[in-house]
Design a protein around this ligand. Structure first.
Ligand code: PLP
Length: 464
C-alpha cells in the first residue's frame, strides 16, 4: 500500500465513523478490560504492515469510543468537532509545524495572531489583552496564575521568575466551593498550593456571594489576592456577578481571574451576553475552543489584560530559534515549547462561523438544554434541580422508598446502557443528580426527542 492509499483508507474510516454516529451506541460497548485484550499484545520485535496496524486500530478502538462527536452525548461539557475545524485539524497534523516560535512555524504564528484577536473581540475582552493557545482551560489557568503571580509579587518588590516562591510574600486565592478542580491543580503547579485557597460563600446555583466576597477581601487585606470567578458554573452554568465583584476586587488591588471554560462563549450571543456584564474588567480569562466552539481537542485559550505580566512570566530568548521581531512569537505567551499548531482549527472555525454562527450554536444549545431539562423534569417522579441558565441543567428522580440518590444513579446507568443518549451523574447540594449538558454543534430537535424517549423508558424500567 502506498502512503496515499494508507491516508485515504484512514480518511474513509474517519468519514464512515462520522456518518454512522446516528446509529452507533452513544456509550462504549466494550469494557476497559475487553479493550485491553483487544489492543494488547507483546511489543513487536519487528514492525508490522502499516495498513494492517490502522485497520486493527479502527476495529479494536471503536468499541471503546464514546460518541461524543455526535448529537446525543450530554455528559460533562465536551462539544464535538465542526467539520471545518476537523478538516483544518487534519491539515495541522499533516503540515506538522512546530508551533513553538514564529521561526519554526511562520504561518501558524500569523494564524494565531489573527484567530486570537478575533476570539478576543467576539468575547468582548479588552483589545490590549494578550493571549495564548494552550491545551485547555487547565493550562490556561496555570498560564493566568503565573501572570497573576508575576504582577502581584512584582508590586511587592519580589521578582518571582528569578527568586521563586520560597520566602516570597504570600498570595491567596478567593474562590467558591463550586470551582472546577482544575483550579486546585493550577494552584499546585504554580507553587501557591491548595492551602492558598479560601472559600467564599455562594448561593444555591453556585454564584459567589458579593457581601461574603467583600468581607473576605477586607480580612487580611494586606495579602496579595486572586479572586477566582466563573462564567458558567460546572453543574448549573451560573455566572458570577462580575459587575459587582470586579470593581470590588479591583478596589482591593486583587487580580480577577474568570474561568469561562464553556460559558465565556455566551458573549457571542446577543441573547445571553448580559450574563457577562462587567467580566471585561477582569485581569485574565480562560475558555476552551474544544468545548462550545466545537474545535477538536487540545484547544484552550487564555487572555491576560496586563500583557507585560503575561510576557514577563513566559518570554525567553535562545540563539537557535531566533524569532522575527515585530511578529507574534508564540513561546513568549505559552507554557510549552514544541506543540501542535492550535491556531489553524480556531482560525478556520471562526471564519466559517462568523459571530452569527457562534451565536447560533450557543443559542441552539441553550434552547435544547431548556427543552431537555424541562421535559425530563416533567417525567413521572422526576424533579428539576437546576434549570438551565445557559446550556446546563440538573434533574433527579424520586423514589417511593425515599432513596432518591439510588434511583437517580440507577436511571443514569440504565440510560447509558440503552445507548441512545449519554448523561452522567454528579452530587450537587448533597444530592445525586443527572447532569444535562448540551454543547455539540450538531444536536438536533430529533436528537433531543430521542434523548427524552430513552430517559422515559429508563424511568419506567427503574421502578419507584
Ligand atoms: C472543562 C472545564 C475546565 C477544564 O478544562 P480543560 O479544557 O479540560 O483543561 C475548567 N473549568 C470548567 C468550568 C470546565 O468546564
Amino acid at each position: 500500500m502506498t502512503n496515499a492509499e494508507l491516508l485515504n483508507a484512514a480518511a474513509a474510516h474517519a468519514i464512515r465513523y462520522l456518518e454512522t454516529l446516528e446509529s452507533r451506541p452513544v456509550g462504549a460497548t466494550a469494557s476497559l478490560a475487553e479493550l485491553r485484550v483487544g489492543l494488547g499484545r507483546p511489543f513487536p520485535e519487528t514492525g508490522e504492515d502499516p495498513a494492517r496496524v490502522i485497520e486493527d486500530l479502527v476495529r479494536d478502538a471503536e468499541p471503546g469510543l464514546l460518541s461524543s462527536a455526535g448529537g446525543r452525548f450530554f455528559g460533562w461539557v465536551v462539544g464535538g468537532a465542526l467539520p471545518t475545524a476537523l478538516a483544518a485539524d487534519w491539515l495541522t497534523s499533516t503540515w506538522d509545524q512546530n508551533a513553538a516560535t514564529n521561526a519554526t512555524a511562520p504561518a501558524e504564528a500569523v494564524v494565531e495572531e489573527i484567530a486570537g484577536a478575533w476570539a478576543r473581540e467576539m468575547l468582548g475582552l479588552p483589545s490590549g489583552a494578550s493571549f495564548a493557545f494552550v491545551t485547555g482551560s487547565q493550562m490556561g489557568h496555570v498560564t493566568a496564575l503565573a501572570a497573576a503571580r508575576h504582577r502581584l509579587l512584582r508590586d511587592r518588590g519580589w521578582d518571582v521568575e528569578a527568586k521563586g516562591l520560597a520566602g516570597a510574600p504570600p498570595i491567596r486565592i478567593l474562590a467558591t466551593e463550586g470551582r472546577h478542580e482544575s483550579l486546585l491543580r493550577a494552584a499546585r503547579l504554580v507553587g501557591l498550593g491548595t492551602g492558598a485557597i479560601t472559600y467564599v460563600a455562594s448561593d444555591t446555583v453556585g454564584r459567589m456571594d458579593v457581601a461574603a466576597a467583600a468581607e473576605a477581601l477586607r480580612q487580611s487585606a494586606e495579602i496579595a489576592t486572586i479572586v477566582w470567578l466563573q462564567a458558567g458554573e460546572l453543574h448549573t452554568g451560573a455566572f458570577d456577578r462580575f459587575a459587582a465583584l470586579c470593581p470590588l476586587a479591583k478596589s482591593a488591588d486583587a487580580w480577577v481571574h474568570v474561568d469561562g471554560a464553556f460559558g465565556l462563549w455566551a458573549a457571542a450571543s446577543p441573547k445571553h451576553r448580559y450574563l457577562l456584564e462587567g467580566a471585561d474588567q477582569a485581569d485574565s480569562w480562560v475558555t476552551d475552543g474544544h468545548k462550545w466552539l466545537n474545535l477538536p481537542y487540545d484547544s484552550g485559550l487564555v487572555f491576560v489584560a496586563d500583557s507585560l505580566a503575561h510576557q514577563g512570566s513566559f518570554a525567553q530568548t535562545t540563539s537557535y530559534a531566533v524569532p522575527v521581531d515585530g511578529f507574534r512569537n508564540q513561546k513568549d505567551w505559552n507554557p510549552e515549547w514544541s506543540r501542535r499548531g492550535r491556531g489553524f482549527a480556531a482560525y478556520a472555525a471562526l471564519r466559517a462561523l462568523g459571530r452569527a454562527g457562534v451565536a447560533d450554536i450557543v443559542e441552539r444549545c441553550c434552547a435544547h438544554a431548556d427543552r431537555l431539562v424541562n421535559s425530563l423534569g416533567a417525567l413521572p417522579g422526576a424533579e428539576v434541580v437546576a434549570s438551565p441558565v445557559i446550556n446546563q441543567g440538573l434533574v433527579r428522580f424520586l423514589a417511593a422508598d425515599g432513596d432518591h440518590d439510588h434511583r437517580t444513579d440507577a436511571i443514569v446507568a440504565r440510560v447509558q446502557e440503552q445507548g441512545e443518549a449519554w448523561f452522567g451523574g454528579a452530587t450537587w447540594g448533597g444530592k445525586r443528580v443527572m447532569r444535562v449538558s448540551v454543547c455539540n454543534w450538531s444536536t438536533s430537535d430529533r436528537d433531543i426527542a430521542r434523548a427524552i424517549a430513552t430517559v422515559r423508558e429508563a424511568v419506567a424500567d427503574c421502578a419507584h
